[in-house]
Design a protein around this ligand. Sequence first.
Ligand code: OVM
Length: 403
Amino acid sequence: MTTSVPSSHASISHADPFGLDVLKDPLPFQSDLRAAGAVVYLDRYEVFAMGRYTEVHAALTDWQTFQSAAGVGLSNFRHETPWRPPSLLLEADPPHHDAPRAVLTKVLGPRALAKLRTSWLLDAEILVDEVLASGTEFDAVARLAAAFPLRVFPDAVGIPESGRKNLLPYGDHVFNAFGPVNSLVVKGAPRVGELSCWVNAQCSREVLSDDGFGAQIWAAADRGDITYEQAPLMVRSLLSAGVDTTVNGLAAVLYAFATHPLQWARLHANPIPLARTAFDEAVRWESPVQTFFRTATRDIEVGGTLIPDGRKILLFLGSANRDPRRWENPDEFDINRNPSGHVGFGMGIHQCVGQHVARLESEALLTALARRVKSIELAGPAHRHLNNTLRSWEEIPVKVHLR
Ligand code: OVM
């Protein structure tokens, strides 16, 4: 493939943000990226990149110029991910985006969550009691960060019990597939047929319970708010974007507390309202979703660099959330700061439609833990799970002291 050299003064980087060494520790790369300029050309992938808060925020907000409908991964997904027709939410823009978005906003909104709140708070208490009954040293990823969403979310969507172990590997592959076809994608490829077949089967009306998020999506089709063809793809969005994201968000906040004892002491003393701020601060600090691509719909100049019409731009949410131009001591996890304005959930019309679900899961788990746990520390080295898009954990061994 040939590329015209990008016009006017783009800094050029030969680095590979999807290289395994960078994925393992992306902070040095991100710091170089921010230093190199507002817009940097990544010649390895022939795409532009932004890592500073102001420009990332502006690009996320300007969907007319930085479209999602051409795909939010590196590739033209129509060619490289035939197993996954485009999402009606993530990979669409107005006007097509509007009706599906409005339906999910309602299905996952505050009134729907108010109904789940009491039972999720209780579920978190039960889970924490179970974990602590089996000992005070355990893997915080498997036992809490993954266990809690898997306990409450699939039931809330309304899918059957069988096959739920497919949810995490499916999401892992979806988020890998936004990046290049590197070793992570190659490793996931053999199971993609089986996993997407199972996920697609969970989206049909007959297999869904009649009171969950899934049923409410189908009811929106009955009302004519969306079409019957759209309904299963919207259920697929919940199953794609609702599990790995929250698992890694919870892992992020648990790792943050296990490594910041003073912050846990603050939470422990004042769990309401600090549990909610703590989660958003962890989403800022760790940015479970690190990157998304957009595509320029016209020639656009950003910070003195011309991005030509049709080119892909890689937006580094994680880097924007650690930009010292925007955040004081950005690398500090501090639950007393105001993290609002972080772009860890995105920004603008595509901003995470499930963020209230994620916040409720976190509030339930953190308040249940804070009630019983006086302090939490690492009991051994924590291990990353590498993913092209997610900042993920394989294992976080912790030791807790009960009050
Ligand atoms: C979707 C989808 C899939 C992955 C991520 C996401 C973070 C959305 O299918 O709509 O948003």
